[in-house]
Write a protein that binds this ligand. Structure first.
Ligand SMILES: [Zn+2]
Ligand SMILES: [Zn+2]
Length: 474
C-alpha cells in the first residue's frame, strides 16, 4: 500500500512536508518552514531557542515529532535516546524556505535529492545568511566540547573540522531515474521563480505519484512546465500532489510583460532607477538585467547577488563581469575614506564579502550619486539606508515583488514609502507571480488526468473540485 501523509502544507501556503511510505520505504517530499505557523508564535525578535534543540519546534507544531529523521546531536541534547535512521531520502523541489529550510534539523546521513541549482542556492544561503538554523550543506555537531591546546574544554564551532559533516546530497538529472527501496524517483524540471525548481515522479508497483512542487507557466522557462505536464500525463498517475497558491486567481501573469514594463519605466527615468525584487529569482534578475541593457545602463547588484551569480557560474544567463557590484558602507565605513590599505578596509566586511569589494566592477554609492543615468540598482528595504549616501535626484523605484500579505510586511511597506517620500522618489510596480493561476492549474490537472488530486500549498483546497478528478482534501 502507498501511504501519503501531509505533515505540512495542507490548508496553508508553504511549509510542505509530505511523507510517502511504500513497502517499508519512506521518503519525504520537501521539508520546509511554515510561515503561518512560525509567525503565529515568533517574530524578528522572538525566535525558537537553539538551546531547546527541537523542543520549541515540536511544542508549537513547527515540526512533526516523528522517529528516525532528526539529527542525533539535537535529540541527545533534549535527553532522548539515539534513534536508528527511519527515512530513506528527502526530495527537495527547490530552495525556497517554505520547502527546504528545515533540512537543518535532519540527520546528517539522510540522502537529500535535489537539482544542482538548489544545492548551490542552499550553499549561498548557508554562507551569506544570518539564520541560526542553517546547516544546509555542511552540518556542525552542536552542544559538543573538544579538548583545546591548554588541555581544558572549549565549545565546538564550525572551525573544528572533526565535528563538521557534509550532508549526503544526491544531485538529480532529468530523465535519470533513481531507485530508492521499493520506489523509483524521477526529477522533472519546472518553471518557478527560483532557478533549479522541479517536480517529481515517484514510480511504485501500485501506481505512480506526481508532485508538482511550486509551478507556473509564464516565466522564461515555461516550456519546462509544459514538458512536465506531458511527462506527468504519460505515466498515468494514480495521485497528483498539486500546489494551489493561486487556485482562486484567474489572471494569467507574464514575465515578458514585466520585462517590457520595467524597460519602459527605466526609459522615462531622469535619474537613478532602483528595482526591488526577490534577489534569487534569476528569471526576474535576467529581466532587469536586459531592461537595463536596452536602456544603455548597467545593472548594479548587492554583494549577496554577486556571490550567487558567481556560485551559479554558467547556470546564470550572464556573468559577474557583466554587472556592477555595489559595495555598501559597513561597520567603520573605511571604503569611503582615502589612504587606507585593502586589509584595513576588509575588516569592515564579512569574509565572504571581501572577495567582491576591490574588483574592477565594484562601485560605491559615490559613483551612483555622480552618474545616476548610467545605472539601474537592485535595492531592498534592508539596504535602503544607502539613500543617505546616494542623495538621489529624480529617481524612480520599481517594486518588482509580491504585495504584502501580513501585518509585518505592511509595516515594512509603510516604512519603505517614508524613505521614498523623503527622497522624492516616484514608485512604479511590475511583478509576475511564481505560481500558476487557477485556470492554468485546472487545465493542467485535466490534461494529466490523475485518478486523484491531493491539494497542498493552498488555503483553498475546495476550489480544486472544479477539476475532472477525485479530490482528496485532508
Ligand atoms: Zn512554496
Ligand atoms: Zn517556491
Amino acid at each position: 500500500m502507498v501511504q501519503i501523509d501531509i505533515l505540512g502544507g495542507k490548508n496553508e501556503i508553504g511549509g510542505n512536508k509530505i511523507l510517502v511510505e511504500h513497502e517499508g520505504t519512506r521518503i519525504i517530499l520537501d521539508f520546509g518552514m511554515s510561515f503561518n505557523q512560525n509567525s503565529k508564535y515568533f517574530s524578528e525578535f522572538l525566535q525558537p531557542r537553539k538551546c531547546s534543540a527541537l523542543t520549541d519546534f515540536f511544542e508549537l507544531g513547527l515540526l512533526p515529532d516523528i522517529k528516525g529523521i532528526y539529527r542525533t546531536d539535537y535529540l541527545e541534547h533534549m535527553g532522548r535516546q539515539p534513534e536508528e535512521r527511519e527515512i530513506d531520502a528527502v526530495l527537495l523541489t527547490h530552495a525556497h524556505a517554505d520547502h527546504a529550510q528545515y533540512i537543518h534539523f535532519l540527520r546528517f546521513d539522510v540522502p537529500i535529492l535535489c537539482t544542482k541549482e538548489t544545492k548551490i542556492i542552499l550553499q549561498c544561503l548557508e554562507e551569506t545568511g544570518s539564520n541560526t538554523f542553517s546547516d544546509y550543506i555542511k552540518a556542525c555537531e552542536a552542544f559538543k566540547f573538544y579538548r583545546n591546546t591548554k588541555g581544558s574544554f572549549s565549545r565546538v564551532t564550525k572551525k573544528q573540522q572533526d565535528f563538521l559533516h557534509k550532508r549526503n546530497f544526491h544531485l538529480m538529472e532529468p530523465e535519470k531515474k533513481l531507485k530508492i527501496g521499493s520506489l523509483e524517483i524521477e526529477m522533472v524540471p519546472v518553471d518557478h521563480s527560483l532557478p533549479g525548481a522541479c517536480g517529481y515522479i515517484i514510480y511504485t508497483s501500485e501506481g505512480n505519484l506526481v508532485y508538482t512542487g511550486d509551478i507556473r507557466f509564464h516565466g522564461s522557462n515555461r516550456q519546462l512546465s509544459r514538458k512536465f505536464v506531458e511527462k506527468a500525463k504519460s505515466v498515468n498517475p494514480r495521485w497528483l500532489i498539486c500546489e494551489g497558491t493561486r487556485i482562486d486567481k484567474q489572471e494569467i501573469d507574464s514575465e515578458d510583460r514585466v520585462k517590457e514594463e520595467i524597460t519602459r519605466f527605466i526609459s522615462k527615468a531622469r535619474g537613478l532607477a532602483f528595482v526591488e525584487h526577490p534577489i534569487r529569482d534569476l528569471d526576474r534578475v535576467k529581466s532587469i538585467f536586459e531592461s537595463a541593457r536596452t536602456n544603455g545602463r548597467y545593472f548594479v547588484v548587492p554583494l549577496k547577488a554577486a556571490y550567487l551569480i558567481e556560485s551559479l557560474g554558467n547556470l546564470c544567463p550572464f556573468c559577474l563581469d557583466d554587472v556592477k557590484i555595489l559595495v555598501p558602507r559597513k561597520s567603520w565605513g573605511l571604503i569611503y575614506k582615502e589612504g587606507y590599505e585593502q586589509d584595513l578596509i576588509n575588516k569592515d566586511y564579512d569574509s565572504w564579502e571581501q572577495n567582491y569589494i576591490h574588483r574592477s566592477n565594484s562601485i560605491t554609492c559615490k559613483e551612483l550619486r555622480q552618474n545616476p543615468l548610467n545605472y539601474v540598482v537592485s535595492m531592498s528595504l534592508w539596504e535602503i539606508n544607502q539613500l543617505v549616501d546616494i542623495q538621489p535626484q529624480n529617481a524612480i523605484w520599481i517594486k518588482s515583488s509580491c504585495e504584502p500579505f501580513c501585518e509585518e510586511m505592511e509595516l515594512d511597506e509603510e516604512r519603505k514609502q517614508n524613505w521614498l517620500d523623503r527622497f522624492k522618489i516616484v514608485k512604479y510596480s511590475a511583478h509576475a507571480s511564481g505560481h500558476a493561476s487557477g485556470l492554468e492549474l485546472i487545465k493542467m490537472i485535466n490534461e494529466i488526468k490523475p485518478d486523484s488530486v491531493i491539494p497542498v500549498h493552498t488555503e483553498k483546497p475546495d476550489l480544486f473540485k472544479q477539476a475532472e478528478a477525485k479530490i482528496i482534501v485532508y
